[in-house]
Design a protein around this ligand. Structure first.
Ligand SMILES: NC(=O)c1ccc[n+]([C@@H]2O[C@H](COP(=O)([O-])OP(=O)(O)OC[C@H]3O[C@@H](n4cnc5c(N)ncnc54)[C@H](OP(=O)(O)O)[C@@H]3O)[C@@H](O)[C@H]2O)c1
Length: 258
């Protein structure tokens, strides 16, 4: 899979990618820089990986900054946005990408697991989305917010109850935000990837039985890689998506045709 072409002009725009240190978020952060944006790369623990993403961003001649913050913590989010404003300017594009998965049979899910998945995948998308949208309104920025949801928003999966519920929540959060922020010129959409090979899924995919089971359900017969998701995000961040809001863009090899 080659990197997507630099089709969308985002020159001079400023973007924040949560969970930009690894996996899909890393690909998105670098893709945004390739299209001309200055990019703030949020991470929780992977400081070295985030610094490498910033180096990649700077290779395109753009400004980049790595910002440590646990996106489930409102005070950390507020500090992060203030730091971002002094380093690269206020966010005009937000990609709510940070996420976690836990795989546990329904009857065995401990409450802490439910909480951590819902807080990271759904609550944080609300927290960061609201905080950034408030700043967009204040600075009169006609911004773009792109939430990374999943095919799990639509399809139940074994041992994935909190994850699927969190992603279904992101779909309705996207629609609500789209509805209520339209009057401020802020467009909110989501991208729903299918199975993509990253640290989150590597061990699961390495299991041959899981791999064959999943491939059997994907019409295009391919497990994705982060680069597969990037183009959809760049499009939604671009002028070409000027009439889109509240939409779900599935990048899933056709798994949701069933
Ligand atoms: N991989 C897939 O098959 C797939 C499919 C559909 C949707 N998605 C979604 O795509 C997004 C990215 O997934 P991925 O596969 O790229 O995962 P990944 O490789 O595990 O990367 C997760 C990223 O999220 C960050 N993160 C996690 N919790 C955080 C927190 N509390 N605060 C700040 N950052 C946090 C991590 O930062 P640190 O490294 O610093 O901890 C890391 O950068 C997630 O929302 C996931 O649900 C993935």
């Amino acid at each position: 899979m080659t990197e997507p072409a630099n089709t969308y002009a985002l020159s001079g725009r400023t973007a924040l990618v949560t969970g930009g240190s690894r996996g899909i978020g890393r690909g998105i952060a670098i893709g945004l820089a390739r299209c001309g944006a200055n990019v703030a790369v949020n991470y929780r623990e992977a400081a070295g990986a985030a610094a490498q993403v910033v180096t990649e961003i700077e290779r395109f001649g753009r400004k980049g900054v790595a910002l440590r913050a646990d996106v489930t913590d409102p005070r950390a989010v507020d500090r992060m946005l203030t730091e971002m404003e002094s380093a690269v300017g206020p966010a005009e594009i937000l990609v709510n990408n940070a996420g976690v998965v836990r795989r546990t049979p329904f009857l065995e899910i401990p409450q802490e697991e439910w909480t951590v998945v819902l807080e990271t995948n759904l609550h944080a998308a609300f927290l960061v989305g609201q905080a950034v949208a408030r700043r967009m309104v204040k600075h009169r920025v006609r911004g773009r917010i792109i939430n990374i949801s999943s095919t799990s928003a639509r399809i139940a999966g074994p041992n994935l109850t909190p994850y699927c519920v969190s992603k279904a929540g992101v779909t309705m959060l996207t629609k609500q935000m789209a509805l209520e922020l339209a009057e401020h010129g802020i467009q909110v959409n989501e991208v729903n990837p299918g199975l993509i090979e990253t640290d989150m899924t590597h061990a699961y995919i390495q299991n041959e039985a899981n791999r064959q089971l999943r491939l059997g359900r994907i019409p295009l017969k391919r497990i994705g890689e982060p680069a597969d998701v990037v183009g959809a995000v760049l499009f939604l961040a671009s002028r070409d998506a000027g009439l889109m809001t509240g939409a779900s863009v599935f990048v899933d090899g056709g798994v949701t045709v069933w």
